[in-house]
Design a protein. Structure first.
Length: 106
């Protein structure tokens, strides 16, 4: 059964294609368990990738995962601010708004 915290459409995809979802989760665990970055760093990197790619849902998801990994709100907002000089003002401000949807400090 799909995670009830997932968007409704994704829940339907997971229900229809459970092996794909399971394999996706297995790949995520394998890649995350590779020697290199600690969990906090992995979370920030993935948030940065989501910001750079302009993926609203992924920014929401990775913001929640950052909080679960113990990152502070200030650290998470800082990731979006760092994007200003890479993805531009409008992209970074959009990311800040998506992060704020989850954290609600701004």
């Amino acid at each position: 059964m799909a995670n009830p915290n997932l968007p409704e459409f994704l829940q339907r995809v997971v229900e229809r294609y459970p092996r794909v979802w399971d394999d996706y989760g297995r790949l995520s665990r394998t890649v995350g368990g590779t020697e290199g970055l600690d969990v906090r760093s992995q979370r920030l990197v993935k948030l940065g990738i989501a910001i750079g790619a302009g993926r609203r849902g992924a920014v929401h998801s990775h913001t929640r995962k950052c909080r679960k990994a113990g990152l502070s709100n200030a650290e998470i907002y800082h990731a979006a601010l760092l994007a200003i000089t890479t993805v531009g003002w409008s992209g970074a401000i959009a990311a800040l708004s998506w992060i704020n949807d989850e954290l609600g400090e701004l």
